[in-house]
Design a protein around this ligand. Sequence first.
Ligand code: INI
Length: 174
Amino acid sequence: MKTFEGQLDAGGLRFGIVVGKYNEFVTTRLLAGAVDVLTKAGAGDQAIEVVRVPGAFEIPLVARRMAQSGRFDAVVCLGAVIRGETSHFEYISAEASRGIAQAAWESNLPVIFGVLTTDTVEQALERAGAPERNKGAEAARTAIEMANLMKRLQARGGKQPGRNARRDRGRKKR
Ligand code: INI
């Protein structure tokens, strides 16, 4: 039986990070956690590019653009959506998660969900603290593992779905 798994070695890999500025007191900690993991795993400073967006709702558009640029091996999405008094929370968190997943599908690249969705500020801070509980650090580890896994699967050969696989599905081959 053959088993494929991605290693936690970021050497030679390039990463895009999209981070929301909303609830910045949380997202700066997520960003620090992610950069720390990437750097310690061997990613050079030049191999990491950070783009700041207003809030979690804006993350998918930029994540997709970065993922489709061909300049990265994975894109890490970081944000903090904290439940308030209104249903705004539901819309933003649903769109962020759906859009991030879609960005991965449409670009055929790992686009990692590192967006906190919590009821309280305390819960958000708890998940943006120490490295072992930091959602940004976790997302970065996932990005490294997935980038390496995708490279392995690519090296194994076989037909890779194109960037526009979803659009092309059902189209007649000429
Ligand atoms: N954006 C967040 O990232 N987190 C939140 O908790 C949040 N809340 O609660 O409103 C939030 N709102 C802004 C949103 O992401 C967009 O930037 C805004 O709606 C403009 O499109």
